[in-house]
Design a protein around this ligand. Structure first.
Ligand SMILES: NC(=O)c1ccc[n+]([C@@H]2O[C@H](COP(=O)([O-])OP(=O)(O)OC[C@H]3O[C@@H](n4cnc5c(N)ncnc54)[C@H](OP(=O)(O)O)[C@@H]3O)[C@@H](O)[C@H]2O)c1
Length: 311
């Protein structure tokens, strides 16, 4: 239904805390600035960073929190209105995109250079969960310069970021060794990786799989897998972490921060359309049940993405 009022519903919170602080509440409709589009959200991906913000962390560069606070960094939906100066998109266009916060809501307003068109065959929940983890994986594989003939270790490979990173590394011609719990091994194999359990003597297992050593590694989970990557990698400048922000400097490895833009997102969309990128949505929840989605994500185990849906 077309939007006409000045408020909307959102999964928001008025004080930081556990998942229970997320409530389905009435909030002001976002402003539509020149260059922005207003999108009626169909799906919004859930990311670990959402849980950090909900717990009280304020992303660097943002002003102090105002209340109610709406989280969520990725979405898909239908354009409701376009702001002054927007000519590349029109009301009714189906899109996916990204922004910092604001996506667990009926509507999101976002600069038009932070969206791309959703292909008709891409399910809403896949589109809603692609812009965050997907672009992080894409950034990492690019910055680690993964290429033909490399042997790459991906730690935390079954998760949202790992799932995409495994596939992108395989497309670039790398052999991928992927850490995950035993129950995720078949999944990791289907993505094109050699699965390995992260517990116990991981270094011994990796030496048996890759006697020549590891050329590059992406860490998305810390722990044993990160230690093994540091021990076995030939060149520490090709070991990157998106997880160990407190220790990466003393470990002498790279910090990788997601560099999101529409060109990167379009590349991921194209790979999906060509059947070269699979996005696994392990569970959807209605937007109004965002608290349950956070409880599930905070278990820290599982395959692919958790996504909130508007319907
Ligand atoms: N720097 C950035 O810009 C950036 C961007 C996005 C995400 N991140 C961070 O990257 C991390 C991963 O994000 P995500 O979205 O992929 O999370 P996710 O979907 O929750 O996946 C995490 C994965 O880690 C695995 N895991 C849990 N404990 C592990 C362990 N001890 N060793 C190895 N793997 C383990 C789990 O798989 P099993 O079921 O196999 O245990 C799970 O699939 C989070 O900490 C997130 O905050 C950073």
């Amino acid at each position: 239904m077309a939007q006409s009022g000045s408020t909307m519903m959102a999964a928001a919170f008025v004080q930081p805390g556990g998942p229970e602080v997320l409530q389905w509440m009435e909030v002001p409709l976002p402003q539509l600035a020149p260059g922005d589009v207003l999108v009626r959200v169909k799906a919004a991906g859930v990311q670990p960073v959402d849980c950090s913000v909900r717990s009280g962390w304020n992303p660097p560069g943002l002003p102090p929190a105002t209340w109610p606070r709406i989280i969520g960094n990725e979405f898909s939906g239908i354009i409701e209105r376009v702001g002054a100066g927007v000519s590349a998109f029109a009301a009714g266009d189906e899109v996916l995109g990204f922004r910092v916060l604001g996506c667990y809501a009926e509507y999101v307003s976002v600069p038009a250079d932070q969206i791309v068109r959703k292909p008709p065959g891409m399910p809403w929940e896949v589109a809603g969960g692609l812009s965050g983890a997907g672009q992080t994986a894409h950034t990492a594989i690019e910055e680690l310069q993964v290429g033909e003939g490399d042997t790459v270790l991906i730690n935390g490979a079954a998760g949202g970021v790992g799932t995409v990173a495994v596939q992108l590394a395989r497309h670039r011609g790398a052999t991928v060794i992927a850490t995950g719990r035993e129950e995720n091994h078949e999944y990791l194999r289907e993505l094109g990786a050699i699965p390995v359990s992260y517990e116990g003597d991981l270094v011994g297992r990796l030496k048996a799989i890759a006697p020549g050593g590891i050329d590059a590694a992406l860490d998305a989970a810390g722990g044993n897998g990160l230690q093994a990557a540091i021990e076995l990698a030939r060149d520490k400048s090709r070991v990157g972490t998106i997880y160990a922000f407190e220790t990466y400097q003393e470990l002498g490895i790279r910090w990788i921060g997601s560099k999101r833009n529409a060109v990167r997102l379009q590349e991921l969309v194209d790979l999906h359309t060509q059947g070269k990128l699979r996005i696994h949505v392990r569970r959807t929840y209605p937007l109004a049940q965002a608290a349950d989605a956070h409880r599930e994500l905070e278990k820290r185990h599982g395959r692919g993405k958790i996504v909130l849906t508007a319907d």
